[in-house]
Structures are given as C-alpha cells and as structure tokens.
Design a protein around this ligand. Structure first.
Ligand code: SF4
Length: 322
C-alpha cells in the first residue's frame, strides 16, 4: 500500500511552569517517541484512555500543535519544517473533525456560510459556484437545502457533526483526522455518523486517522488500529489481527471491555485497576507495568521496544520479546 503520512519518533512535551516567575519545572510528556505510517485510502484507528496522547498526535498532524521533536512526513515532505505559506497550502489537504461540533461551529454564522468560508478563504471554488457547492455538500452529509440558512443551535448533536464533516470536506482534503467525532453522540446516532464517514471515504477517496477512546467505536471503520498508552504505541496491527489476537495486555484489557451482544455468551472482563499514571513522571521501564497483571521485574526497569511479531502487527511488551 502507498504511504500517505509517516510519523517518525514524534514527541510532544508541554512545559509545566510554577512559581511567581513561571519557570519551567517539568514537562508533561503527552506524546513520547511514537512512529507509525498511514496508508492512502485506509482508516487508521488510534485508541486509548484520556491523556494517552492520541488527540495531541492528531493535532500535530493537522499543524495545530508544533512537535517537540520528530518528523511528520506527508507525501514524503516533513510538514514540521514548512514555511507559514506552505503550511497554509497543506491545511487544504489535511482537515480535522472535532469531538464537540458545537464548540467548533461559529454560532453567529449560518450553516451555508460555515461551509462556504473555507472555500472562500482558500479560493478553491469560483465565487459564483460556492452556493451550489454548499448545497452539494449538504446533500452528501444527509442534510437538506433549507438547512443552509439555519444556525448551529437549531441542530441536534448528530446534525452538527454532519455540518462539521461538510465543512471539512469543502476543501476536498486527502486526509481527515477524526478526533473522537462520535464520542459526544448517542449510540444510535454514532452508528449513523460512522456509516456516513465510511460512505464519504469511498466517494471522495479519503484517508482517515480515527481517534477514539475505546476499541468498540473504531472496530467497524478501521483497517488498522494503533493502541496508545501514556504517550507510547503499545500495539499496532491490522484490525482483524488486533481484534482476534490482541497481544499487548493493555489491548487485551480494552478489548475485554467491549460488550458481546449475545446474552448467552459470557466474556471474562480484564479490569484495569488504578488510574493512568501521570505523564509528568511516567513509570520507569514499561509504562503499563503499574497496572499490568503480567508485569515482571524486567518490566519495571527496561522499556520494551515496539517489535514486529507478524506482517502488520507490532507490539511493545517483554512477554513477546525473543
Ligand atoms: Fe505488562 Fe511487562 Fe508487557 Fe509491560 S512489558 S505490558 S508490564 S508484561
């Protein structure tokens, strides 16, 4: 498969300031040396608990945050090194859909203007064609023509997310970072928005980085899935490999939390005890050792490397190291 984007040894440390002089006394290691590829036309799911660094990763990819170090290569070019002008150009290709569509939609603009604005600013559609383009986009996302004159507060959560999707699509991007786009929606609406994203992917030949809290949400949309824990990739694999054969103890715990829709089938849930440790002072060795039921002495001392155990299946755990 052709690679669209490569993340190499990416880090994002946020300074922790204290005292009256606001001196930097420590760092929140939100993303701490992660490497993965996104292939053209695929959906890569990125999952993990709050604070694992998945959204920070997404924001660096769309240039909303500058990395502390590492590379993000888009079509072979390091986007962290681009000039402001080049970054603006790139912003057309890589779009983001946010978790809270209401907060990301200007309440004083009607839907038509919200969708038209990126096209106007970036001059990618002739002025006289913008209106018809807006109507087409509304149709693509399952909204009606008359919705164009309405304001964000007049819509339900699911409809607002559709508006956010139409706005992201208006620039005809190649890659969309979907940052927990269904987390704030009712379960029934979640499925509709996921199906819509799948249909649009086919129609517009889109590539998605789909960020979510749990493995259940990304199951039906992802070709591959990366599991993050405390700023690191714990496991990354083809979707069927990860769901059929989760190898990292953290992936196994996340997977065991997915309910089975059959009342006659029982599943042993692996309960994760304790909170996620602070990313300011992450545990030594394997960051998961404070919550892992398989932890050994080596896990407290040595950090496991992400190693390939099969084609498209990499795991970071001492249990599988040779
Ligand atoms: Fe558990 Fe050790 Fe594997 Fe970490 S390296 S996941 S602590 S067994």
């Amino acid at each position: 498969m052709e690679t669209l984007l490569q993340v190499k040894n990416l880090k994002k440390y946020f300074p922790v300031k204290s005292g009256t002089l606001g001196k930097t006394t420590n760092y929140v290691k939100a993303v701490d040396d992660i490497t993965f590829d996104i292939y053209k036309g695929e959906t890569l799911g990125l999952v993990g608990e709050s604070g694992c660094g998945k959204s920070t990763t997404g924001k660096m990819i769309v240039n909303l945050l500058n990395p502390t170090s590492g590379q993000i290569l888009y079509e072979g070019r390091d986007i962290t090194k681009l000039s402001k002008k080049e970054k603006r150009k790139l912003a057309i290709d890589i779009q983001i859909i946010f978790q809270d569509p209401y907060a990301s939609l200007n309440p004083r603009m009607n839907v038509g203007d919200i969708i038209a604005e990126p096209m106007r600013v970036n001059k990618i559609v002739e002025k006289q064609d913008i209106n018809s383009e807006v109507l087409k986009l509304l149709n693509y996302v399952g909204l009606a023509k008359f919705h164009k004159d309405r304001f964000p507060h007049e819509f339900s959560g699911g409809q607002r997310q559709r508006i956010g999707i139409a706005r992201a699509l208006s620039l005809r991007p190649k890659l969309i970072v979907c940052d927990e786009p269904v987390s704030a929606l009712d379960v029934s609406i979640q499925a509709q928005v996921l199906n819509l994203l799948k249909d649009l992917q086919e129609e517009f030949k889109l590539t998605y980085l789909f960020i979510a809290h749990g493995l259940n949400v990304v199951k039906h949309i992802s070709d591959r899935v990366g599991v993050m824990y405390l700023g690191k990739i714990a496991e990354i694999a083809d979707g069927d490999k990860l769901y059929d054969n989760p190898t990292h103890p953290y992936s196994q715990a996340l997977l065991s939390a997915i309910p089975i829709p059959d009342p006659n089938k029982k599943k042993d849930r692996i309960l994760l005890t304790g909170d996620v440790p602070s990313p300011i002072n992450p545990p030594t060795g394997c960051r998961f050792h404070t919550r892992c039921i398989h932890a050994k002495d080596i896990c407290k001392k040595d950090e496991p490397k992400l190693i390939s155990i099969d084609k498209n299946h990499d795991v970071s755990c001492h249990l599988i190291e040779k």
